[in-house]
Design a protein around this ligand. Structure first.
Ligand code: PGA
Length: 240
């Protein structure tokens, strides 16, 4: 695990976007794994800028998102489908038929299996970006007793619901379930970038970089991955 400490959020976003640009330039038909949440927004802004400057193209890219809420439609502005189109896909030349976000509108167990098959059929994820929840989750893999291997349906923990309530009218409106890539799915990506910003993430960044590797701090498993870059700003790195 390589830890890169940046002076602020903007520098963190540029550093993450540069890794994506290098991936796209060296393999234009890469399979990219995307994440939602406030942290990667700046990374997507940088990627849109690079696309508009003619530096990168998404035309041969296939994408897989980490997760999606259950119980809201894709048109809902809090869905991750909406988020990805709003922040990235609507502004670049990605082919919509190559965009994959868990479809939570039908049979969830079938979708979990199908999502894994689609990732495998695409050749696996070359580069995956993840944010981190203040409870250590990656995707929606919440702290629990074991690392879950594949895409699965999860019940969101109260801490996650409270953290995400800022995007909804109230905590009561936050969906309580989601479909998420499993820890195994994320670990199978060839390269992983974790981004974190702000002092609210300092405790969990210390725990996953220096603490015990445990499913109670799911992102700690990334220390077993052989190509992970943790990109943090000074505030998130303050307890390292
Ligand atoms: P955030 O969410 O980027 O909005 O802090 C991260 C996450 O919950 O994975």
């Amino acid at each position: 695990m390589v830890v890169k400490i940046c002076k602020d959020y903007d520098e963190m976003s540029r550093a993450a976007a540069n890794i994506f640009a290098a991936q796209i330039i060296t393999k234009p038909d890469s399979v990219l794994g995307f994440a939602t949440g406030s942290t990667p927004e700046g990374t997507y802004k940088e990627l849109v800028k690079m696309y508009k400057e003619g530096l990168i193209s998404f035309k041969d890219i296939t994408s897989f998102n980490l997760d999606e809420y259950v119980g809201i439609t894709r048109e809902n502005d809090q869905s991750y489908y909406y988020f990805m189109h709003h922040h990235l896909f609507d502004h670049v030349d990605i082919n919509e038929s190559n965009v994959n976000i868990p479809n939570t509108g039908g049979n969830l167990q079938d979708e979990c299996m199908d999502y894994e098959h689609r990732i495998k059929a695409a050749g696996g994820v070359d580069l995956q970006i993840v944010g981190i929840g203040n409870n250590g989750h990656i995707g929606f893999n919440e702290p629990c007793d074991n690392f879950v291997e594949n895409t699965n349906v999860v019940e969101l923990q109260q801490r996650t619901i409270e953290a995400n309530a800022r995007f909804f009218d109230s905590a009561d409106d936050v969906p309580t379930r989601a479909v998420t890539m499993g820890i195994g799915t994320i670990m199978r990506a060839r390269k992983v970038v974790l981004v974190a910003s702000g002092e609210g993430k300092a405790d969990i960044i210390r725990d996953i970089v220096k603490g015990k590797i445990t499913p109670m701090a799911p992102a700690s498993v990334l220390r077993f991955h052989n190509d992970v870059t943790v990109i943090v700003d000074k505030a998130a790195a303050s307890l390292l």
